[in-house]
Design a protein around this ligand. Structure first.
Ligand code: KG4
Ligand code: ZN
Length: 332
């Protein structure tokens, strides 16, 4: 079954065609980063307008590149920016109605988990997934393509959000993850001791707002010198995030007695995070799986893949269904 996936939950207009939930026939991503960069973050109204401009050409290109008949539609239904999601969701519904094709709404977070199943080295079930993106940070036990149990999540900021806010505070622009990683390469991760929030003993929840505030305080209290120490600040901050994410992810593997860890979401592009997970995973024999960079950030191939399994089971989303901003992830 060839599924056309549509993703517009934030600042990427994306469309992809995936065969049988596994083979990517095309994947087109139109980024709006340049539109939002001057504002230091995503402006929801601008995002919606840009999605309206881009959705038809992006979907047309994905279908042209794939060059196959489409058998079903899958579109992100939430969570994310409702005005932005509505554009892709409405497009997909209209397309499905016009062509009389089955349609299913997909949870964006479930989509991210599917990105690792599209990689060359997908983990076998069950595995633990660490989802770290600009909007979410969570751990799941994934027992099958549609079976994901939430083990823990952030109580405040998402990991990617912390990267973006620290980057903004240091005048490094938006988005922050890639630029912090680049600057951190020349810094000493042990130079500044930023707080690492473990929460209560055994907790698989996260908290990053204290770390973010500690970096802001450091900048305030070192107004004359912090610019010279940019690399050390970036490296020490990145190390704090990577250690907390990796140690909790490995703790989840231990608790679930599961020797496979998948890293998904935009922050999975962070090389330091991947290597800390690999280092910590060595002794307990946990293998670390991460999708290629093109599938870490938002894309529609992961939505088409997740949608395929639902369509295949006969699940259909009503053409009168609405999108959702932040309801708890639907994980069955
Ligand atoms: O998954 P994604 O594209 O969108 C959401 O669903 O949020 O994730 C975007 C997030 C941003 O916060 C960005 O700063 C972060 O992923 N990110 C990174 C890196 N590349 C992107 N964070 C750390 N290191 C990176 N190399
Ligand atoms: Zn995302």
């Amino acid at each position: 079954m060839n599924v056309l996936g549509i993703e517009t939950s934030c600042d990427e207009t994306a469309a992809a065609v995936v065969a049988d939930g596994r083979e990517i026939l095309s994947s087109v991503v139109a980024s709006q980063v340049e539109v939002h960069r001057p504002y230091g973050g995503v402006v929801p109204e601008l995002a919606s307008r840009k999605h309206v401009e881009a959705i038809v050409p992006v979907a047309a290109r994905a279908m042209e590149e794939a060059g196959v008949e489409i058998h079903g539609l899958a579109a992100t239904q939430g969570p994310g920016l409702v005005g932005a999601i509505l554009v892709g969701f409405s497009f997909a519904k209209a397309f499905a109605y016009a062509r009389n094709l089955p349609f299913v709404g997909v949870n964006h977070l479930e989509g991210h988990v599917h990105s690792v199943l599209l990689s060359d080295d997908p983990p076998a079930f069950p595995f633990v997934a660490l989802l770290a993106s600009g909007g979410h940070t969570a751990l799941y036990r994934v027992s099958g393509p549609l079976s994901m149990e939430l083990l823990g999540q952030t109580r405040d900021d998402a990991a990617g959000e912390a990267f973006d806010k620290v980057s903004k505070a240091m005048g490094l622009g938006y988005p922050g993850g890639a630029v912090i990683q680049e600057i951190a390469a020349a810094g000493d991760p042990g130079r500044i001791s930023f707080p690492r929030s473990w929460l209560s003993e055994g907790s698989l929840d996260f908290s990053f707002s204290g770390l973010k505030s500690a970096v802001a305080r450091y900048l305030e209290t070192h107004p004359d010198s912090w610019r010279d120490d940019r690399a050390h600040i970036a490296a020490s901050f990145q190390e704090a995030v990577a250690q907390v994410l990796a140690q909790k992810a490995l703790a989840a593997c231990r608790a679930e007695n599961c020797p496979r860890l998948a890293l998904v979401g935009g922050v999975a592009a962070n090389q330091r995070l991947v290597s800390v997970c690999q280092e910590l995973g060595k002794k307990p024999g946990v293998t670390v799986h991460a999708p290629p960079l093109s599938l870490c950030g938002d894309n529609a191939a992961m939505i088409a893949a997740a949608g395929y399994y639902r369509l295949d089971l006969g699940e259909r989303t009503s053409l009168t269904a609405d999108v959702f901003a932040s309801t708890p992830p639907r994980m069955s």
